[in-house]
Design a protein around this ligand. Sequence first.
Ligand code: B12
Ligand code: SF4
Length: 535
Amino acid sequence: MLIFLVHVRDPQFYALPAASRAKNGNIRVMGFPPIGIMSLSSVLKRAGHECVLFDQANPETPYPAIIEQIRRRRPELVGLSFLSTTSYPYAKILARQIRAVDSKVRLAFGGVFATLNAPLVKLQCPEVDFVCRGDGEQLILDLLGQLDNPVGVAGLTWARDGKVVNNPNRVAERDLDQWPFPDRESLALDFIESMPLDVPAVLSLERFTTMQTSRGCPWPCVFCDIPIFNQGKWRSRSPQHVVEEFNHLQKLGYGAVYFVDDHFLLQPKRIEAICKGINDSGVTIHWGCEGRVDSVAQRLFPAMAKAHCRTLMFGIESGSQKILDRLKKEQTLEQAETAVTNAKRAGIEIVHGFFVVGNPDETVDDLRATFDFASRLRLDTFGFNRLCVYRGTPLWQEYIARDLVDDAKDWFKYFKCSEIDPTCLPGEVINRERTAGLRRLFIYKLIHYPVQTIRLLRRFMRFMPLRDVVYLIIKPFVGKQRGATQAETLSRAVEHADLKDSAAAFTQVADAMLEQALVESKVERARIQSESGNL
Ligand code: B12
Ligand code: SF4
């Protein structure tokens, strides 16, 4: 069968340095590859199907080009994959446009947001035949065998006689080694290694990709839906399988990899075996990963550094123990301090801290404590995001109970907590404190960690125009007076409040308005592309 898979993104979150092409002719994009559809593609191809991939980060395949190919090639199934609340509106629009030109093609949605909201999505998007919940590898194979009567496809939400049917959950697959490596070569895109969040900075021009070595996380953080998406389980691939994939990527010319695991640092023995495998097989790819600060795998940081782990990202969240406890983070400030120190001592080049601001019950003193804590830690990079609440998280449930959200009306909306929760500080106070806090932080870093800071800036300067690096540093000092730089606009630009706010607003506007905004964003992107030539 012929299957099309499309990775839907919201325009605020990807980069298009269009003037630049890799040696192999591929367009180079700053961002993360669509590993979800790439994983499904290799499974489908192994089973003998034909699969065509599209990524909206590719300027050569905008909506009309995808729709034209559907009209011409008439696939049996078009799967739309998207990650989050912010990309749902775009998936909805694309589905509607596809349905308008082809009344017969089967349409399927998948990804975290679709999984957690499946019956509601099915009701709101009647043009979509199937909403696929959880892991997609076996599900899509099963579905292709039962397209006309998918009653036996576990994990599927669909409609029969006008009624939404929720087939039973699929049992989370533990044997992840059975799946082939993601099909990374079917998209004519080369991804450039940049910070995965917050800092719009290019790390290298190496051929970059992502890998998933484990799925899930069993902790109870109130703002996170990963435990629910993964049915509370953590599952992993064997070290041998992971090392084989590294070897495969090295042969394909990749120089940098980031693990999209939710908690890579969970199992020391496995990490040890992966590092040993990397060293034994002569793999030289640089890699990065995320994990909790309370991980017992910290003794392995030196082994990880030796196996070319260059980037380590920790969810530190807050410098106030009261807030950590409120978020049910189940970690202490001391643990954060120890983890960062251990990582730097072990020689990990870039240690990043994710922080959230605008939390429930947070005071100005708590906020200040967060920036002061981040200053003291030996972090190289940091991001301070406003806490948002997503359906499917314990915090969403709490907000329903407190009458702050209406599950029936608000399920597809993206809210900063401070917009709806009176126990959060007002947005202006948070932004003011964030600007002041970042200012203090930069000064502290320059005085106390000058070598570390200059080394990092030198790395950025190798790949970014000086102008953008300077702006990265002075941004907290100029506040909102300047718009986004080209690098920021081209990157996901999540730290830029205006762009982030517009992404949030788009989850709440009428579809017609959104379609108009899409037309305008296309013009804007063309303008940016015509100016860009710096990468
Ligand atoms: C990497 C990542 C990113 C990357 C983007 C990567 C990319 N390619 O675009 C970056 C850093 C840019 C990013 C940004 C954001 N992210 Co993010 N991200 C992730 C992360 C850690 C991993 C995603 C991933 O690569 N998974 C691996 C692949 C293999 O899995 P998958 O895509 O889910 O696909 C599988 C199944 O879902 C299914 N499937 C998927 N599609 C389809 C389609 C069909 C037809 C079928 C049958 C099956 C199927 O099959 C696949 C294989 O099993 C997830 C956490 C997570 N574990 O999912 C958060 C996560 C998705 N992100 C999240 C959020 C909130 C965001 C942001 C909004 C953050 C922000 N405020 O700025 C932005 C918005 C991005 C966007 N445009 O939607 C939330 C989403 C919550 C929600 N309900 O919306 C998550 C769940 C994190 C969390 N803990 O809450 N993110
Ligand atoms: S530790 Fe990280 S991935 Fe796990 S539940 Fe908390 S925020 Fe989510």
